[in-house]
Write a protein that binds this ligand. Structure first.
Ligand code: C5P
Length: 232
């Protein structure tokens, strides 16, 4: 899989999701399904979107004891998604269990990506609530390295961190980057943003774009603009 734009389908129902996806009569976007839609509609939403010809990033961010995550991943592997994820904070044993569970009998498996520190966590809350006292960018890089050593395929990170992650973990270690906005668009609640063109420049492998596409007056045009800036 090469560089691609992943559209975050942050909708609360299948009806809203299909009303949105129906607009895409040409190129079928790579779709991110998060907790809201998955918990509302269950695994059938994944099968239905897949049957329409979309690639899928199932963003459920698993974090539990290794055995539980291994078994959960063994269920998810049958949904035939292209990418799924977990929290690197679950430790190496959990990540290795996840990989085992995700690997099908023929040796194939979806790409497995780690979440490091969520962008909603800042230095202060990390120190105060989880007693991690190192600088947050070092913590993120340490999680990236741990995920790589466990055999994972990449991490979710800010586009601002993608270059550093590639320097430390190699070009083949994937960076999936949300926080993307058009130069002339609304920033909303995202604090550290980049345009699709800047994300390409810095070496992101995939950008995750939600509202700049889902809330656009013309979502297909906004999606094509992302593709033109990031992929072409
Ligand atoms: O609408 P917007 O483009 O901000 O959507 C970004 C998507 O990426 C959302 O689904 C959000 O949950 C997700 N995300 C993020 N920042 C992270 C991890 C995931 O914005 N650090």
């Amino acid at each position: 899989m090469g560089k691609d734009v992943i559209v975050a389908c942050d909708f609360a129902s299948a009806e809203q999701t299909f009303a949105f996806l129906d607009k895409f009569t040409g190129r079928k976007p790579f779709v991110k399904i998060g907790m809201e839609l998955f918990y509302a509609e269950g695994p059938s939403i994944v099968r239905q979107i897949k049957a329409r010809g979309h690639k899928i990033f199932l963003d459920l961010k698993l974090h539990d004891i290794p055995n539980t995550v291994k078994k959960a991943m063994a269920v998810l592997r049958n949904l035939d998604v292209d990418i799924t994820n977990l929290h690197a904070a679950g430790t190496t044993a959990m990540m290795q269990g996840a990989l085992e569970g995700l690997t099908r009998e023929d040796g194939s498996r979806p790409l497995l990506i780690a979440v490091t520190q969520l962008t909603s966590t800042d230095q202060q809350s990390m120190e105060r609530d989880i007693l991690i006292r190192e600088p947050i960018d070092e913590v993120v890089m340490h999680y990236a390295q741990t995920a790589k050593n466990a055999g994972l395929d990449g991490i979710v990170c800010s586009p601002l961190e993608a270059g550093k992650v590639h320097d430390a973990c190699g070009k083949a270690f994937l960076t999936i980057t949300p926080g993307v906005r058009f130069a002339d668009g609304e920033v909303g609640d995202q604090k550290r943003v980049m345009t699709p063109a800047q994300a390409k420049e810095i070496g992101s492998d995939y950008i995750v774009v939600g509202r700049p596409i889902t809330a656009a007056a013309d979502p297909v045009a906004a999606y094509e603009r992302c593709i033109a800036e990031f992929c072409d």
